[in-house]
Design a protein around this ligand. Structure first.
Ligand code: SF4
Length: 375
């Protein structure tokens, strides 16, 4: 880890409407609330720049919610504010999450010119009935059109989010979605399975019987890996695939336990060993004058906590963890610290290649069981 580098995460908690499966911190809004929110966010960005402005920001990620629910001019205003307060490197990866139906080609062009260089698009499916069942606001055509708009606006690094396990989805409809996605040719694909979260509309419908059982879910993962592999996408994390050179640098920070600063309502940070969290109370956020008073220390991680997190986050990546990096950070080799785990699962689930220790395909299949061993 380079201690001087920092990722920025900017949370925009607004959406046109709530999707049936969503438990993210997001809600519908008004023009007035968006204006007030951006004013507070800009204040926080400025405040925090006094502390972090001397670090090299090499990734910025605007997530949500739906960041493109904000008018384009406000997104540009926030980005300009970041550029003026922080030392953003010339080659920084600057990602904007965007949902089809919330931004047009001119808007995307303006965002590209303002410095955003990566789009992450919440497509989920190219089957209309599945999009309706998820409660998404776009249809399949709009998803494809938004992708083409982003390309024409000059984005050369685009991620598409896809979802499996959608009610009513079959292997054949999932394959159609994968095929359509591959034909569009994004540089990155995130393929997640639907998780039924408490407090969502789907929880009431599917808490007792999820639309897809665990075995089918596993089959879908294997199929996805094979299918995307044939199109030149390499799986580099449990649910993430990319063309060579297009791994998500920002998300890698989470899996590598590198520092990132969260800005905006409910945003989390990891700075050294401190996990921090901004209030998720909108009123408190809008009225804050001093942002340190609404950011609490959630946890100061002990060395033992850091080591376990390093292991179970790092092993999500297909190339796993670096033994020498572990030694540098914690003063010992991982196979010494976790000898019991390595003995128990040994070569059947782990591969050791030079400096790297990773889970093989069998290990990734039961990764949650193995991750629990590091706790
Ligand atoms: S668009 Fe994303 S954040 Fe917004 S409600 Fe749907 S799933 Fe949640």
């Amino acid at each position: 880890m380079n201690n001087n580098k920092l990722g920025l995460y900017v949370h925009i908690p607004f959406c046109v409407k709530k999707c049936a499966y969503c438990d993210f911190l997001s809600f519908s809004t008004t023009d007035e609330q968006m204006r007030r929110y951006v004013d507070s966010l800009n204040c926080q960005i400025k405040n925090e720049s006094h502390k972090y402005g001397n670090r090299t920001v090499d990734t910025v990620f605007f997530g949500g919610g739906t960041p493109t629910r904000l008018p384009v001019v406000m997104l540009i205003e926030i980005m300009d504010n970041i550029f003026s307060g922080y030392n953003v490197s010339d080659d920084a990866e600057i990602t904007l999450e965007c949902n089809p139906g919330t931004v047009n080609r001119d808007g995307l062009k303006a965002l590209r010119q303002a410095g955003f260089n990566r789009i992450s698009m919440g497509i989920q499916s190219f089957i209309d009935s599945e999009l309706v069942s998820l409660g998404r606001i776009h249809d399949a055509n709009r998803g494809g059109a938004c992708f083409n708009d982003a390309r024409k606006a000059g984005f050369e690094n685009i991620n598409i989010d896809l979802m499996s396990g959608i009610p009513g989805q079959t292997m054949s409809t999932f394959e159609k979605t994968l095929k359509k996605a591959c034909n569009l040719g994004p540089e990155h694909i995130s393929a997640y399975s639907l998780i039924i979260e408490e407090g969502t509309e789907f929880y009431n419908l599917y808490k007792d019987e999820p639309p897809v059982d665990e075995d089918t879910d596993r089959e879908i993962y294997a199929f996805t890996k094979q299918f995307l592999g044939d199109y030149g996408y390499e799986r580099y994390e449990i649910s993430n695939y990319s063309k060579p050179g297009f791994r998500s640098r920002h998300n890698l920070k989470y899996w590598n336990l590198d520092d990132y600063l969260g800005l905006g309502l409910g945003a989390s940070s990891l700075i050294g060993r401190d996990r921090l969290k901004v209030t998720d109370n909108m009123q408190e956020y809008l009225e804050a004058l001093d942002f340190s008073s609404i950011t609490r220390l959630e946890e100061h991680l002990s060395k033992k906590d850091m080591m376990s997190e390093y292991m179970f986050l790092g092993l999500r990546k297909c190339d796993g963890i670096s033994r020498s990096d572990f030694l540098r950070r914690f003063g010992n080799y991982p196979e010494k610290v976790y000898s019991g785990v390595f003995e128990k699962y040994s070569a059947e689930y782990f591969s050791v290649t030079g400096d790297r220790i990773s889970l093989n395909d069998r290990g990734l299949d039961i990764c949650n069981v193995i991750f629990a061993e590091f706790l």
